[in-house]
Design a protein around this ligand. Structure first.
Ligand code: RTP
Ligand code: MG
Length: 157
């Protein structure tokens, strides 16, 4: 089993507003089926300010205001996922940003299956371990990494 070589890691996953009504449960099933442990879980409607802060790296992009509108238009599901190599594995399960590309290169991925277009693309995942730590702290406050890594499934929704 190759995962033996990877340390346990945490990543932040978000089920975006476009996927909450119809695809939330199947995405959660898929997450657990792929061996991720959901160590934190919360449903929340982001304020405009929070959405802007969450995606501040993209402030200068032409799609920024659309992205912020989209992210706070309804509830999101925020999850901390724990697994060996979680950051990379969750990005792989999501698939490429653009679902058109996802359909070509990774038809099994969540974005290939559920996303409508490059903006409304159903899921978010941290792009690095450092990014994950920062965003988990932003969304959940200062949770202890060690406690989260040893925790069993938790659902406080
Ligand atoms: P994410 O951060 O949400 O996990 O997505 P990502 O890394 O695959 O893509 P990123 O470049 O970080 O873009 C963040 C989100 O902005 C929206 N987007 N819209 N209209 C567009 O061309 C465009 N490009 C990106 C998507 O919602 C994307 O996930
Ligand atoms: Mg990104």
């Amino acid at each position: 089993e190759i995962s033996f070589f990877f340390p346990k890691q945490q990543t932040l996953a978000v089920i975006k507003p476009d996927a909450m009504d119809e695809h939330r449960d199947v995405i959660l099933e898929e997450i657990r089926g792929r061996g991720f442990t959901v160590t934190r879980l919360k449903e929340t409607v982001l304020s405009r300010e929070m959405a802007e802060e969450f995606y501040k790296e993209h402030r200068e992009k032409p799609f920024f205001s659309q992205l912020v509108d989209f992210m706070c238009r309804g509830p999101c599901m925020m999850l901390v996922l724990t697994k060996e190599n979680a950051v990379e594995e969750w990005r792989a399960l999501m698939g490429p940003t653009d679902p058109q590309k996802a359909k070509e290169t990774s038809p099994e991925s969540l974005r290939a299956r559920f996303a409508a277009d490059v903006l409304h693309n159903s899921v978010h995942g941290s792009s690095s371990e450092q990014h994950a730590e920062e965003k988990i702290r932003f969304i959940f406050g200062d949770i202890s990494t060690e406690a989260a890594l040893s925790a069993d499934e938790e659902s406080d929704v």
